[in-house]
Design a protein around this ligand. Structure first.
Ligand SMILES: [Zn+2]
Length: 245
């Protein structure tokens, strides 16, 4: 996971139709409505998706896989819109964060596995009694356990030992994020291992080469490209290069 910087201004459709729909849903809630339908053509609009693809360079906000190579990618809600669970196995609480369904800050591009197989409706809080139930509650009082790739700097919270993600913090947020998103799921770990192996070999080769050789500068250029924000699993390669071993 790496930090994501989204343009401050939301795409037009969210500022117009998105805001109008949100205002109507908020009024309906105040009038007693508790079940909501969501319009995928708003939060999933092409302009929204394209803005997220550009900001995230085509990568899943959570696992750093290049989504666009193999799939369309999901527009995913950080705080789930339709219903929410504190943990796997606990009952689904409804409504979810219905008033954030069309909010730009709440949207990310995610791969289908992170979104549909792992995160789903999970949104654990340090203290679930502080959960906001509607726009009338104080969202800022929540202490989300899931790392927010815009608000937080994931690189200071999740580290890597080889291809395995592990927590750098001591308040449980990184572990909760790794668990909820399946960041150490078997297929992903295998894929990261395959990606990591040549960089380990190159790092070994670099230590044997004269620093001013052409081969050494070629290897350094590969390392530089591998830690760019658009590179797959850049946080893992960054951790490898930071490790003096
Ligand atoms: Zn993913």
């Amino acid at each position: 996971m790496i930090r994501i910087s989204k343009p401050e201004q939301a795409p037009h459709i969210l500022r117009e139709r998105g805001q109008r729909t949100t205002a109507a849903n908020q009024q309906a809630f105040e009038d007693g409505q508790r079940a909501f339908q969501f319009d995928n053509s708003l939060y999933g609009a092409k302009s929204v998706k394209n803005a997220l693809i550009a900001a995230q360079r085509g990568k899943c906000a959570f696992c750093e896989s290049q989504v666009r190579h193999i799939a369309h990618g999901d527009v995913e809600h950080y705080r789930p819109k339709g219903g929410v669970r504190q943990s796997e196995g606990e009952p689904l609480e409804q409504p979810g964060y219905f008033w954030l369904a069309y909010l730009w800050e709440n949207l990310f591009l995610a791969c289908q596995l992170c979104n549909q197989s792992f995160k789903k409706n999970l949104f654990p809080l340090a203290d679930p009694t502080k959960r906001a139930r509607s726009h009338l509650d104080d969202l800022a009082a929540e202490e989300p356990l899931l790392i927010d790739p815009v608000e937080d700097d994931p690189g200071t919270l999740i580290g890597f030992r080889g291809e395995i993600a592990f927590p750098l913090d001591d308040d449980g947020r990184a572990q909760a994020t790794i668990d909820a998103l399946g960041l150490n799921r078997e297929a992903l770990v295998e894929f990261r291992f395959d990606h990591l192996t040549p960089f380990k070999l190159l790092r070994g080769a670099l230590s044997l080469l004269p620093a001013d050789s052409e081969e050494a500068s070629d290897i350094l250029a590969l390392f530089e490209a591998a830690v760019l924000p658009g590179a797959q699993y850049s946080s893992m390669i960054r951790a490898l290069l930071a490790d003096p071993a």
